[in-house]
Design a protein around this ligand. Structure first.
Ligand code: SF4
Ligand code: SF4
Ligand code: SF4
Length: 240
């Protein structure tokens, strides 16, 4: 039941992507930065950081439109990815993009205004035919990478949003904030590795179980491992 609800939420989010695209866009935030304007997407990246403080990467598992696309991709191929190697690629891309964003604000003399609807004046991101080119291009890149690289390949390889979530997770841990996590009762585990086979982020959940919880910054709190485990080893630790 939980996985059905989760997938429905992701598919609804994917369906709404023509409306929300600009609020997650790396281009719109950079365009705003060079004008000294905090755009809707730049604000959204800040919100993702804040959500990471308490909810880790739950956004990825339950809300993100690209997550809906990844779920479709997983019906075609569900092979695990080499997360370590792809992390280098992702953070390299992120460093360049974030550098450009900061440079934009510096050259513009800092943040001189806020415009949540920058480039989205009619409240809908894809509001004219030409913007469908961008829309399909983004969807196409994500879907091809999901198919070519394996489970949630695009999330591992190119996502510019996940570093904000991971930074929020890190800050939350350093500040000892109550943070949602998957905890484990290791003594019950029979090493069947069903959790590993099911994890959409290719995490070695079986190994994490031995440490008492899943601490990986890749964990998207989807609960697939919780629901597949035959021995009830895993459960959510909710923030208190
Ligand atoms: S990693 Fe990025 S693209 Fe993938 S679900 Fe998370 S925010 Fe969305
Ligand atoms: S599915 Fe459960 S019992 Fe099997 S390896 Fe994972 S945690 Fe252990
Ligand atoms: S460890 Fe469990 S909750 Fe985390 S991503 Fe993997 S399956 Fe989902």
């Amino acid at each position: 039941m939980r996985q059905k609800v989760r997938r429905i939420l992701l598919y609804v989010s994917l369906f709404l992507f023509p409306i929300t695209m600009n609020f997650l866009s790396p281009y719109v935030s950079v365009d705003g930065a060079f004008a000294g304007v905090l755009s809707g997407s730049a604000i959204m990246f800040g919100v993702l950081f804040l959500s990471g403080l308490f909810f880790g990467r739950a956004w990825c598992g339950w809300v993100c439109p690209a997550g809906g696309l990844a779920e479709i991709g997983q019906t075609v191929t569900a092979r695990p990815v080499n997360a370590k190697r792809l992390r280098i690629v992702r953070y390299s891309i992120f460093a360049v993009w974030f550098g450009v964003l900061v440079t934009g604000f510096v050259l513009a003399g800092g943040i001189r205004g806020i415009d949540p609807l920058r480039m989205t004046e009619r409240y809908i991101s894809v509001d004219e035919p030409v913007k469908y080119i961008v829309y399909y291009f983004v969807l196409g890149i994500f879907f091809v990478l999901d198919l070519a690289l394996g489970r949630r390949g695009a999330c591992h390889a190119i996502c510019w949003m996940s570093p904000f979530l991971s930074a929020g997770m890190l800050a939350g841990r350093l500040l000892h904030l109550p943070q949602m996590r998957i905890k484990a009762r290791a003594e019950r585990c029979i090493d069947c590795k069903k959790c590993n086979n099911k994890c959409p982020m290719s995490i070695d959940v079986n190994a994490a179980v031995k440490t008492g919880s899943v601490k990986s910054y890749d964990c998207i709190l989807c609960g697939e491992c919780v629901d597949v485990c035959p021995k009830d080893v895993l459960s959510y630790r909710k923030p208190k």
